[in-house]
Design a protein around this ligand. Sequence first.
Ligand SMILES: Nc1ncnc2c1ncn2[C@@H]1O[C@H](COP(=O)(O)OP(=O)(O)O)[C@@H](O)[C@H]1O
Ligand SMILES: [Mg+2]
Length: 593
Amino acid sequence: MARNKFNVDEELETPFNFVHLKRLLTYLKPYKTKIMVTVLIMLAASGANLIGPYLIKQAIDEEIPSKDVQGLVILGVIYLGALTITGICMKYRIRMMSQIGHSVIKNIRKDLFTHLQKLSFSFFDSRPHGKILVRVVNYVNSLSDLLSNGLINLITDLFSLFVIIGFMLAIDVKLTMYAMAGFPVLAGIIFIIKNAQRKAWQNLSNKQSNMNAYIHESINGIKVTQAFVREEENKKIFYGVSNGYRGAWLRAVKIQFLLWPSIENISVLTVSLVYVIGISMIGDGITVGALVAFIGYIWMFWTPLANIGNFYNAIINASAYLERIFEMMDEKPTISSVPGANELPLIKGKVEFENVVFGYEESERNLDSINFKANPGESIAIVGPTGSGKTTIVSLISRFYDINSGAIKIDDIDIKSVTISSLRKQMGVMLQDPFIFSGTIMDNIRYGRLDATDEEVIEAAKAVQAHQFIMGLRDGYRTEVNERGSVLSNGQRQLISFARALLADPKILILDEATSSIDTETELALQKGLEALLSGRTSFIIAHRLSTIQNASKILFIEKGKIIEEGTHEELIQQRGYYWKLYTSHYSSLDAG
Ligand SMILES: Nc1ncnc2c1ncn2[C@@H]1O[C@H](COP(=O)(O)OP(=O)(O)O)[C@@H](O)[C@H]1O
Ligand SMILES: [Mg+2]
């Protein structure tokens, strides 16, 4: 199988951790009363169920020998009643446990999602998104077994075991000892099989997770796949992943079906033993009815025992999943407001970088000693080769990443000292690769400010020259676009996200390659409006075309994470340095990355 990150399994075998279980129990707390009622009902059900063999003993030993038809009928009615109660209780149990189990699952998933939304860019930068998806969907689902069956069954199964053993002892102590002879053997077998079974299930869930993650990525990358005719290669990877899943499934099922035959065999052996010994005892301390009832209890004995084995499994399994789930819930957003942080007051828009050093990884220096100042209303253009650090600089202003040293100040306030939401609310950010959400065009622009009226949305669209193309779409502003906006061209997506940034009416506007995919004609029209748009705002513009840059109050030329030239267009042209070289050699088709 081809080596890729999709057939790397997660380590799921973790020692059982009581802390995780306790944390899970806090999710059960709101349903305490429901659970208690269910347990009581279950106890009643198993009590009613267990009375059966006793009634049979009664019939064989008392009513039948004395030909007491009325007594027999009464016993029959009691038995029927007991069976009915058991049936009704079982139905109630299934309903209650599904309800409780899935409410808990819903709550865990809600907490996970809420938390995911808070996590910083660096969290999402560093792992396949499909695997995040698997945790939120599959791992949480895997808890359902434990939640909807395990806990309550454990209580009733233990109860059943005790009652059964009690009845057996009441009938005959010696026979009970013989019956128990099979117990250690069975317990051993259950333990071995269950252990193997658990490993098999964990393996299965790993394979499933790999498959999901791969499918997720393949669908996202389908266009590239087809463009590069990679279908065959991908098919091979998928076959590998999918085969792994099939193998794991078959193994899991095979082990699963080992259990019941073993239990059956051992029960048959035990029962035979008890028959042989029991029959020789008849008349000598034990009645025929008692022996029949005793055998009845032996048959009943194994089910709760196997269930308890199951519970043990479920809890060890869940422990591994819980660990992954809680690990993600505990993942601290690397960017968070300091305790007691103040709101950033309404700003004028001065931005200062003081000796800013930053690396995405500890060992890296993606930005080194960045110093500059932008006065309110100024427009700063950032130019430089691909990978030089332009996008990085502007993402620091919104505090998408924290800097290693130095300071970034807005209106002389260090952005680390204010709340993140109050900071980001005053910025309009147009990211380099604009994201379109599924919904209408109107919704997508309104993402910038949820309380904007339709008129304000249209105004913003007009300002960025998007109005015309939007009106040309099938339903105008009401046109539905799907996730990623695949019915729109790149340029159209950029215009929409430009309008979105503008709608927020921010004092600081960040445009990362806002117009790189827009035709010259639209850009020229945009250019005219742009001046009005930018007036009164501090703006950071990373632009593709030098025409957009020329009017900037200041141009920063970045290379390898350093500002190597700084000044107005005229000043830099006069300097005859990097910017001048760029300007003269490549006037209109500069690839600013
Ligand atoms: N999320 C990230 N994680 C790690 N390194 C990154 C990340 N984004 C960018 N880089 C690195 O930082 C450097 C600057 O990238 P970037 O600011 O995007 O460049 P530009 O926008 O000028 O093309 C590049 O070397 C790039 O490899
Ligand atoms: Mg960039």
